[in-house]
Design a binder for this molecule. Structure first.
Ligand code: ADP
Ligand code: MG
Length: 498
């Protein structure tokens, strides 16, 4: 049996989908029967590891042994010490993936091909880190797909009507917010732009609930709320109740406190405004206003909040579209993409038919440039080589010259920024190094810089001394200039994941 699957490795929840024999994608529940699995890992003192619902239940009680939200640190140099072992975002992610894999394989047998999703604005390092996590989990990951693109794919394949126009994908999950605009014509998806807020999601709304409850508790008792009496999970439960009811009861240390939706919405209106500002930025990038959007597609569990729907109705003048469960569409789309990438001989005729006639084009998520000396201004500046939203794959070359006679090296750098900036202090330097020159030449010797961005979201950079033909080629991959990554010493089998 072929098991073509897609995995949404989320900040707060993850999900796995399989393309069924009839060619349609379907979420596969975990062994507790849940369609989504919390991305929470708990280490126990007997050396075992809990992943998912059970680990999430310990939040607020066993926090020092819990690791969560590691997705925010993917590709960064972050470590977590638990019971004498050092973990990284990669090893923790591998445990989450292993749990999904185990629960899946207990029912269907071995996974034959898999795609894991990543946020559109994930850096090269974060993408590589995701691949490494999959490898440690024993998954043969050939492709990743950007989350909004996966959601658009699920929408395009499931939509009953003929799609034609620009669509906005509004993804408000547990930890992050993203808005993507894509042109969709039937099953052809062309991503135009993505904007987002890195730290805006359900967690921020939960915190506001905790603030409301704390102040009510103080008012009622004169005392401070003990965090163990009202955990982040309790706050989340209240928040979820308020999506379907006008008020909910918080039970805290013998007190019953009413929280109304009105109070909640007033306390979180600035969060919604932040998301609205991102949507406006995305529209500006594409050069259209809200009326140019055919439909808004809801993705992410937090879009179940009525205030999200209200905000979008106000901005776009129409109801946003909800198809299925908003926290499942990314995984569904990922499995469709996995099937799309599978050899067609490995698909049955029904699957093959479903996968026909669709295409995808992604857009570059950032401006990528280099730092050079601008003689006119007498200072260093950034020149962008790949612009944000450039259709990918793409490759661009810019020409520079040496500054001094008999120059023996040039500093090379790769910069990344969300906006078109020329101040080196405002951009992030994602790589730097030097290109050695032969020397003996006058100033003005040509240096050619070529950046390429591939379909899988990774980038290559080439710095070339045109005179001698010497090149510095950089594949921006993890650990390329650091020491031995910690993950190389990690033994996935030493951690029994449940
Ligand atoms: P991720 O960001 O990890 O991909 P999801 O898309 O699954 O996560 O969204 C998870 C968030 O959605 C959590 O903060 C959760 O509390 C929130 N959520 C789920 N259902 C509801 C609901 N009915 N009302 C409000 N928030 C919800
Ligand atoms: Mg998500």
């Amino acid at each position: 049996m072929t098991n073509i699957v897609g995995i949404d490795l989320g900040t707060t929840f993850s999900a796995i989908s399989r393309v069924e024999e009839a060619g349609k994608p379907k979420i596969v529940p975990n062994k507790d029967g849940k369609n989504i699995t919390p991305s929470v890992v708990e280490f126990l003192d007997d050396g075992s590891v809990l992943v998912g619902d059970e680990a999430k239940k310990s939040i607020g009680y066993n926090d020092e042994n819990i690791v969560q939200e590691v997705k925010r640190s993917m590709g960064e140099d972050v470590t977590y010490e638990r019971f004498g072992t050092t973990h990284t975002p990669i090893t923790i992610s591998s445990m989450i993936l292993k749990k999904l894999k185990q629960d899946f394989e207990a029912v269907y047998g071995e996974i034959t091909s898999v795609v894991v999703t990543v946020p559109a604005n994930f850096s090269n390092d974060a993408r590589e880190a995701t691949k490494k996590a999959a490898e440690l989990a024993g998954l043969k990951l050939e492709h990743t797909i950007n989350e909004p693109t996966a959601a658009a794919l699920a929408y395009a394949l499931q939509s009953e009507s003929n799609l034609n126009g620009k669509y906005a994908i509004y993804d408000l999950g547990g930890g992050t917010f993203d808005c993507t605009i894509a042109t969709i014509k039937d099953k052809n998806i062309d991503v135009e732009t993505s904007e987002g807020v890195n730290k805006l999601g359900g967690k921020d709304f939960d915190e506001k609930i905790t603030e409301i409850v704390s102040s009510k508790y103080k008012e009622a008792t004169g005392q401070d709320l003990d965090p163990k009496e009202f955990t982040p999970n309790d706050a989340e439960d209240i928040k979820i109740s308020l999506s379907s009811k006008d008020s909910a009861k918080a039970r805290v240390a013998g007190q019953v406190l009413d929280v109304t939706r009105e109070e909640f919405e007033a306390a979180t209106s600035t969060l919604i405004t932040k998301a609205e500002m991102s949507v406006e930025a995305a529209l500006r990038n594409v050069g259209i206003d809200a009326s140019g959007i055919e439909d808004v597609i809801l993705v992410g569990g937090s879009t179940r909040m009525p205030m999200v729907v209200e905000s979008l109705k106000k901005m776009f003048g129409k109801e946003p579209k909800l198809f299925g469960n908003p926290d499942e569409s990314v995984a569904l789309g990922a499995s469709i993409y996995a099937a799309h990438n599978t050899n067609s001989e490995d698909l049955n005729p029904l699957q093959r038919q479903q996968m026909q006639n669709f295409s995808l084009t992604e857009a570059a998520p950032f401006y990528f440039g280099t730092i050079y000396y601008n003689t006119d201004e007498g200072k260093t500046r950034v020149r962008n080589i790949i612009n944000k939203d450039e259709k990918i794959p793409c490759e661009f070359t810019e020409n520079f010259v040496t500054r001094h006679d008999n120059q023996t090296a040039v500093d090379c750098s790769v910069t990344q920024a969300g906006a078109d900036l020329d101040d080196p202090d405002m951009v992030q330097i994602i790589w730097d190094g030097t290109l050695d020159l032969e020397g003996g030449y006058p100033a003005g010797q040509p240096i050619q810089i070529t950046y390429g961005y591939k379909e899988d979201g990774t980038m290559t950079c080439r710095f070339k001394d045109v005179t001698s033909g010497a090149e510095k080629n950089i594949d921006l991959t993890i650990g390329s200039d650091g020491g031995k990554p910690l993950e190389d010493e990690f033994d996935p089998d030493a951690f029994q994941v449940d």
